[in-house]
Design a protein around this ligand. Structure first.
Ligand code: TMP
Length: 260
């Protein structure tokens, strides 16, 4: 599928114009960044795995009636998506204390929260994505009350669903980040899930030994990131047994053997 001109380059993905009006092509890079771009690396194979894992999760969300921008995966690194008007908020759902929640509030990593906590961050790299509250979102007109209520409901529903999906494959969903956007249809707009859901945007701990199977392997210099993402893909049933890690890294293998 011919892609149009590049319209945006983010830290881990590039967006191109899509083949039809209202569509885009999302390209997954191998670049990894952390701490608002202060730490950077290229990790061979990461983009291929995130493309595949995000396809799997967003397809499952579509199947349970949660609208997402995902249309179809095009190849190892690209997917066709709906073009949305991105709401400049990152929604973080937390089930277990970790990361900035633990450092900000002095709560040890691994502490189970009695109910999921929703946090909102203003999506702005120059400001380092600051934590905001619902008053900021409403008063600064990033979203209206109906949209915000819908986004919060959807985030908790997605959390319930994904906690179950990951528990079923021996993984704890510690926390994750969501983005949303408006899909315009004439005068009306609907809220859709945007961006990606992958081990880049989730904390995933192996239930058996609490091994980290997510981007903390890069943030914390633990090594073995691609192997961990591959393990997540394998357990989700989207990577055939025996797939050669070298092939993923060079992006030449077909990891689509298991057709729906
Ligand atoms: P945090 O503990 O660093 O605030 O991260 C919470 C969750 O959000 C974690 O699963 C990683 C994810 N996340 C992103 O996807 N993008 C980001 O820019 C940040 C800061 C976190």
């Amino acid at each position: 599928m011919a892609r149009g001109k590049q319209i945006y380059e983010g830290k881990a993905k590039i967006l191109y114009e899509g083949p039809e009006k209202g569509t885009l092509i999302q390209y997954f890079k191998d670049d990894a960044t952390a701490f608002n771009n202060k730490k950077k690396a290229v990790i061979d194979g990461k983009g291929v795995l995130n493309n595949r894992i995000s396809e799997f999760i967003l397809t499952q969300l579509n199947q349970i009636g949660i609208k997402t921008h995902f249309i179809k995966r095009l190849n190892m690194r690209e997917q066709l998506i709906k073009s949305l008007e991105i709401i400049p908020i990152e929604v973080v759902v937390r089930n277990i204390a970790a990361g900035t929640f633990s450092t900000r509030l002095g709560i040890s990593e691994g502490t189970e929260l009695t109910k999921p906590i929703l946090e909102f961050y203003f999506k702005n790299d120059e400001l380092g994505d600051p934590l905001v509250n619902t008053d900021h979102i409403l008063t600064l007109n990033w979203a209206n009350q109906d949209e915000l209520s819908f986004i919060s409901e959807q985030a908790l529903r997605i959390n319930d669903f994904l906690v179950g999906v990951f528990r079923g494959i021996g993984i704890k969903l510690v926390d994750f980040k969501l983005e949303f956007g408006r899909f315009w249809n004439g005068e009306d707009s609907e809220i859709y899930v945007a961006d990606e859901i992958s081990p880049d945007s989730c904390r995933l701990w192996n239930i058996k030994d609490e091994k980290k199977l997510d981007k903390d392997r890069f943030r914390r210099d633990l090594g073995g990131l691609v192997e961990a993402y591959q393990e997540v893909a394998r357990r989700l049933g989207i990577m055939p047994e025996g797939t050669n890690i070298k092939e993923i890294k060079t992006g030449i293998t077909k990891i689509t053997l298991k057709k729906k």
